[in-house]
Design a protein around this ligand. Structure first.
Ligand code: INI
Length: 167
């Protein structure tokens, strides 16, 4: 595994991180990506794959669904196969002029949490919910990092957490 301390990983304070928690060797992941706002979500996928590769994940498989609203069911189906130690859900919900945003963003978040809690398989929430495209771009490999990368790191940490609890 490469030295992950050199990576830009802004989600948490590096002071409190135990870098051994991010060794993904032997671990398998499913990445499910929404096609809606694909210019953004494909960047999130690049970030997630960078994290998985650098952390030494044994395998990952990429699946695509139409939009963020479809992520929870896909994540639950993938978790239920028990082929994966974690599922990484990637999407971008960008506010328009109608309440549609609130339904899609809210149900996606709730559904992904339900998928994790109902299956016991970690599901990482790599879904951007922003007011503007510029805010999304900034979080998909721009000035604010790459939330796909962060989501993959979270899935790795939670997969290892599951092993520790089961031990
Ligand atoms: N899906 C997204 O992933 N992002 C969005 O911003 C979005 N907006 O704004 O509508 C969106 N809508 C589609 C939705 O996810 C479903 O695919 C669709 O409603 C069919 O179920």
């Amino acid at each position: 595994m490469m030295n992950l301390e050199t990576l830009h990983y802004p989600t948490m304070s590096s002071d409190s991180l135990n870098w051994q928690d991010f060794d993904a060797s032997g671990l398998r992941f499913a990445v499910v990506v929404a096609r809606f706002n694909s210019a953004i979500t494909e960047k999130l996928l690049e970030g997630a794959e960078e994290a998985l590769t650098k952390a030494g994940a044994a395998q990952h498989e990429v699946y695509r669904v139409p939009g963020a609203f479809e992520l929870p069911l896909a994540a639950k189906m993938l978790a239920n196969t028990h082929r994966y130690h974690g599922v990484i859900a990637l999407g971008a919900v960008i506010r328009g002029g109608t309440p549609h945003f609130d339904y899609v963003a809210g149900e996606t978040a709730r559904g992904l949490q339900d998928a994790a809690l109902e299956t016991g398989v970690p599901v990482a929430f790599g879904v951007l919910t922003t007011d503007t495209i510029a805010q999304a771009e900034s979080r998909a490999g721009g000035a604010d990092g790459n939330k796909g990368f962060d989501a993959a790191m979270t899935a790795i940490e939670m997969a290892r957490f599951a092993f520790r609890v089961a031990d």
